[in-house]
Design a protein around this ligand. Sequence first.
Ligand code: AMP
Ligand code: ZN
Length: 469
Amino acid sequence: MELKLYDTLTREKRVFEPLDRNRVRMYVCGPTVYDFAHIGNARPVIVFDVLFRLLRHLYGAEHVTYVRNITDVDDKINARAAERGVPIRELTEQTYRDFKEDVAALGCLPPTVEPRATEHIEQMKLLIERLVASGNAYVADDHVLFNVPSMPEYGKLSKRSLDEMIAGARVDVAPYKRDPMDFVLWKPSKPGEPAWPSPAGIAVPGRPGWHIECSAMAWKHLGETFDIHGGGIDLVFPHHENEIAQSRCAFHTPLMARTWMHNGFLQVEGEKMAKSAGNFVTIRELLADWPGEVLRLNMLRTHYRQPTDWTLRGLEESSKILDRWYEEIGDVDSAETPDQSFVNSLCDDLNTPDAITRLHQMAHPPVAGKAMAGVSMLGDRTGEDAQRHLKSSAMLIGLLGKRASSKKSEAIEAAKLDVTTIESLVAARSTARKSKNFSESDRIRNEIAEMGVELEDHRDGTTTWKVKS
Ligand code: AMP
Ligand code: ZN
């Protein structure tokens, strides 16, 4: 099976070949923990969870290491803790717990390692010392700065012009900078801010810049060069450009990660969802109204590199799709392997929309041997085989894993229905329909309807039922 992934650095979809098939290594930039995450922040979490699951499927679960960091030292954290009058550690711990709960409700597996920035200060300082020693960084005014012109390939990832980069970095050009693009690796802490003994002979205590955190954590847990580095498209510049500069210069390597992957924005009426724009809705708020699985499916209906608009209509559609699928699979067991063409779609740069189309085909299996317009007959499945593969395929991307029709069983119980009676009536109606005794089949349908049960006839000739809502 060939996995192809789009690489932001080369702007190409390329065949993915890990450095070591026994240890496939992926790093994804995680949350800055000062407040509830919004559903835009959930996009990279879900997208890279799908990739994590696919890699585990392809290389074996024990052969994949997924590192997603926690940024627990940051100006926004300091400001929020001061505003609330709570200790920084209390704020970051609580926010991290909330985040873990939220993303677990979205069906995301915990990454292999979730390193915290504050527990990797030593690695950051080591990197900074190396960069000063190699002439890529310098000390000025109790700061350590990375000297951008010292790295000729700076800008390769974002392919920006110098002017754009200066504007994008939004740096107010401090007088101690040698070059306007130079960025902070370490800075002095103001009183009351978290502080550690500084590297590079600086006498006053300080704290790391954001970019060096990821270079240090990736190094500690994945080594100098690894397979995949991911995050949202807004991180390409300056964050990932700076991570590359730091890691490559510290280790004298031609690459930091072999594949750079970025998800597109989740938008509201065409605008990026962001805390600063005020157009956000938290995962927590959405979970009060929708099952996490609906939010997850809704996210995956768009290809990860495309922008996606978050709408109520989309959520309603996703909810209906899931209900329909759960009804379809009933309580069958999953097949041992997912459907091959479903996996092929995922292997094509995580083409989840295509993979979901395949799930739809399995949920509406064509009658055996009869091609239907618009539906590929390529190895198409029928009946229970389709249901079992629908389940195992959906489960590969973190869907349909609930005990089948738990919702249905609850409804049956609430309506005090006798399942055996209903099923024998459904069977009797099918017999009547097959022998074209339509008055009898209508009579039975009415009898069933009076019990509060709704029937649905499918194209393959089968009938399913549900409790009327
Ligand atoms: P932040 O907390 O802003 O650093 O974001 C954490 C992660 O969420 C990063 O990978 C961002 O790229 C990503 N992200 C933030 N907003 C959005 C959005 N509206 N759509 C997609 N990804 C986003
Ligand atoms: Zn990062």
